[in-house]
Design a protein around this ligand. Structure first.
Ligand SMILES: Nc1ncnc2c1ncn2[C@@H]1O[C@H](COP(=O)(O)OP(=O)(O)OP(=O)(O)O)[C@@H](O)[C@H]1O
Length: 289
């Protein structure tokens, strides 16, 4: 998948790694594993963490979350019968009109809401293996940016001052590091919220409308950074320009159920963009946010 994304043939990759094309073919078929020095080279060529390559095999296709017949109502029913299985390598875009219940699903997964019916099974420890970037930033406005990063890192047991400095730099926030959070722009706050959500490696990362308020440069940075995340990702987004590129699966929430659950590759093979697919499947509803 990574090789194809880079438009590299097996032959081309073999030349870069000083191995035969047959070796690449055997690795890709799962017959043989690359040695660690080749894995390090692969991580560099594909610009992914080594962890991503190492975990990729052991976590392949592992179910990490199951929702069965889940119901949630407030004044009226929001979720009537939600059935969903999330696997460890999924890159899911969760789509649906305003008020269809997307954030409610996120809150149920987090355990912030209890379902009125049905079951939710998490095959991971939420306190260790779940990271969330909520729709509203949960930042401490009175802290300086570097203090907020240090505090969150300490809470999550990820405190290494040098690593944090590098992370702040990667997120292009070094110039803001001494500023009070209350003085940051909306886009800078979103970038900081993403940094905090990704401080530790997680089995499941949930992002609720992450790019709202970001400028184009930050949006590009955001999506390219997410490529490096090794766990499953569920994102609520209407950033249709990116769904085609980044995600491998789309869900449409409509009338309280997952009305459509499709592989992005299948949609593309039908010569549709995700936006066209969304409009065709969500026709009777209002336009997205
Ligand atoms: N805590 C709550 N108390 C009462 N009603 C709620 C609560 N949380 C959500 N709702 C209602 O449930 C419905 C679904 O809300 P939710 O935020 O899940 O939708 P959404 O799909 O995320 O919408 P948007 O795209 O606008 O963010 C809405 O009608 C909302 O008012």
């Amino acid at each position: 998948m990574l090789r194809q994304k880079k438009n590299l043939s097996q032959e081309g990759l073999a030349q870069k790694l000083f191995v035969s094309r047959q070796s690449i073919s055997k690795w890709e078929n799962g017959e043989v594993e690359p040695s660690i020095d080749k894995l390090i080279m692969l991580a560099e060529i594909f610009a992914v963490d080594l962890d991503f390559l190492l975990l990729g095999k052991s976590q392949h296709d592992e179910v990490i979350l199951k929702m069965a017949k889940v119901q949630k109502h407030f004044d009226k029913a929001v979720l009537r019968d939600v059935n969903l299985e999330v696997r460890s390598r999924d890159r899911i875009a969760l789509l649906g009109s305003n008020g269809s219940g997307k954030t409610t699903i996120v809150n149920l997964i987090l355990g912030a809401y209890r379902p009125n019916g049905g079951q939710i099974q998490r095959y991971f420890k939420p306190e260790d293996d779940l990271s969330v970037m909520p729709q509203e930033n949960h930042l401490l406005e009175a802290l300086r940016l570097k203090e907020q990063v240090a505090l969150s890192a300490k809470i999550q047991g990820q405190y290494k001052a040098q690593n944090l400095k590098e992370l702040v730099n990667q997120f292009h926030l070094t110039d803001q590091s001494r500023k009070l959070i209350s003085q940051l722009s909306g886009g800078q706050k979103r970038r900081l919220a993403l940094l905090l959500a990704l401080l530790k490696p997680s089995k499941l990362v949930i992002l609720d409308e992450p790019t709202v308020g970001m400028d184009l440069e930050s949006i590009d940075f955001f999506w390219s950074y997410l490529e490096h995340v090794s766990g499953a990702v569920i994102t609520i987004t209407h950033d249709f320009n990116q769904i085609d590129r980044y995600f491998n699966r789309v869900l449409l929430l409509k009338d309280g159920v997952i009305a459509a659950d499709e592989r992005v590759a299948t949609i593309h093979s039908n010569n549709q963009t995700i936006e066209q697919w969304y409009r065709a499947n969500n026709q009777s509803q209002e336009q997205p946010a």
